[in-house]
Design a protein around this ligand. Structure first.
Ligand code: ZN
Length: 489
């Protein structure tokens, strides 16, 4: 439902104005203290508000010169283009999901230095830096994505998947570094704010699928160390953490979050790795929300209440996300916007989803997560990254205020991310240890035979497994005798 509030004046409350009035008050304070006045004088209206009147008169005199202070002049509330421009100049528009790194992989095999691509020039597809600038993009979570291996019975076997994920992180870091005048790699919300202030597009990394860490909590930690800041718990396949929406859509059972998934959430919260619930099944969403110790993020999802696709977020979950302080970043993919006639999807469908999320979850809960370069099927009117301002304008046409747009564009995701970082600091301050759990049936392949054992039990197991009982397999002291200190280990 459209927000029925009238469009707020486009004139934002200026921090500059606020501080100058505070300075004014401070400057007059000593002067006031020198004035000896009677109570009668003190209570007079003109006297009491003399400074306000003075300021008002001053402002009136300066009125005709207001054009000298661009951004401070009032704007016609129906001038949506100007309102959009002003809002996005002062608030970063941060998109939750863009798959450009996937294009670099499949089209260039991650070779970005041989002159075949210049991201600052107009390319085909949805994304290049030139059009990001036109689209006033202030920050971008770049998706590092690798396919599910559907030939494997157990998706936990990392094989090439973890390697390829490392390569995607690598190429993302490299193309960001290649454009320092436009892009700024960021792994904190504070960095994203600073990058915007310096005129660069903050560039963050998100991993689009729990299968990409090979079912290993240790890998989650290392992906964090490499700079990834969200993990989408599943992609279109179940993994050792939980059930994906695609499984349920294909008629499979919704097993929700699995045992190791609970451990993964625990560790991600401890690390400050954002838990992304796009792509997971509805039960997985509910299970995660029941245990998460920090807000969750949907990097690219729609509203199930508008389009009942299992990829979208149902209303009961939206209400829980609201309670937990999370965010749903609205997706632009046609089939999630309109199931029956996806080819007819337009920019207005995205607005419908945004307004529904805002209605159920609140304006503090909504963001933008396009999935540009990750799908060929995007709505009419939102053909590429240059079109974000058009989306903002249509929202304004439908009654959304400047302040609501600021929340949607970037304030929400930065606030939620900061809260996740803060929770991680609090959890770490308790001394909570990193999680060491593994998935059931995990095979530890090597090293059972013939090793300088630390533990007596290991030696015995090795002999049982057929290892020769050699002297170095004993726990011995310096003279070659059994060390009683380790007898009982
Ligand atoms: Zn996706």
């Amino acid at each position: 439902m459209a927000d029925t509030k009238p469009a707020e004046s486009a004139l934002p409350r200026s921090e500059g104005q606020q501080s100058s009035s505070q300075q004014g008050a401070a400057a007059t304070a000593p002067e006031q203290s020198l004035v000896i006045r009677s109570q009668n004088q003190n209570s007079g209206f003109l006297f009491k508000f003399r400074y306000h009147l003075f300021a008002a008169g001053f402002a009136f005199l300066l009125g005709p010169f207001a054009f000298l202070w661009p951004g401070q002049t009032p704007v016609d509330p129906t001038n949506y283009a100007e309102r959009t421009r002003r809002v996005l100049k002062t608030t970063p528009l941060i998109d939750g999901h863009n798959d450009l790194p996937w294009q670099l992989r499949i089209e260039l095999h991650n070779r970005i230095y041989d002159g075949r691509v210049d991201l600052t020039k107009r390319l085909l597809g949805h994304t290049d830096i030139q059009r990001m600038r036109t689209g006033m993009v202030g920050g971008q979570f770049w998706s590092v994505y690798v396919d599910c291996d559907t030939n494997q019975q157990h998706f936990e076997d990392p094989s090439w998947i973890v390697r390829d994920t490392l390569e995607q992180i690598d190429v993302t870091r490299r193309f960001i570094d290649e454009h320092p005048q436009h892009l700024q790699y960021c792994d904190t919300a504070a960095c994203a704010r600073k990058a915007f202030q310096s005129g660069r597009i903050s560039s963050m990394i998100g991993i689009e699928g729990g299968h990409q860490v090979g079912g290993s909590i240790a890998s989650i930690r290392q992906m964090f160390n490499l700079g990834a800041r969200y993990i989408t718990l599943t992609h279109n396949c179940d993994n050792s953490f939980g059930t994906s929406a695609s499984t349920v859509a294909a008629g499979g059972p919704d097993g929700g979050l699995f045992k190791l998934g609970y451990e993964a959430i625990k560790e991600m919260n401890r690390l400050g790795m954002i838990v992304d619930l796009s792509h997971v099944s509805h039960q997985t969403m509910r299970d995660v929300l029941s245990v998460a110790r920090a807000p969750v993020v949907y990097s690219h999802s729609g509203a199930y209440g508008v389009t009942p696709h299992l990829r979208n977020v149902p209303d009961d979950v939206l209400r829980t996300v609201k309670r937990s302080g999370g965010i749903v970043m609205a997706i632009f993919v046609n089939r999630f916007l309109r199931m029956k006639d996806p080819d007819q999807a337009t920019i207005h469908d995205v607005v419908d989803h945004i307004l529904h999320i805002a209605e159920v979850c609140g304006w503090e809960c909504v963001g933008i997560g396009s999935d540009f370069s990750g799908t060929p099927y995007v709505p009419i009117g939102l053909e590429d990254v240059s079109k974000f301002p058009d989306l903002i304008q249509v929202l304004m046409e439908r009654g959304v205020t400047d302040e609501q747009v600021r929340l949607l564009a970037g304030d929400n995701i930065l606030r939620v991310w900061s809260e996740i970082e803060q929770r991680a600091r609090e959890i770490q301050a308790t001394g909570e240890k990193p999680v060491e759990e593994e998935y059931e049936g995990r095979q530890w392949h090597k090293g059972l035979k013939d090793s300088p054992w630390m533990l007596r039990g290991s030696r015995e197991k090795a002999i049982e497994a057929g290892a020769a009982d050699k002297p170095y397999m004993f726990n011995v002291d310096g003279s070659g005798k059994h060390n009683p200190a380790v007898e009982n280990v």
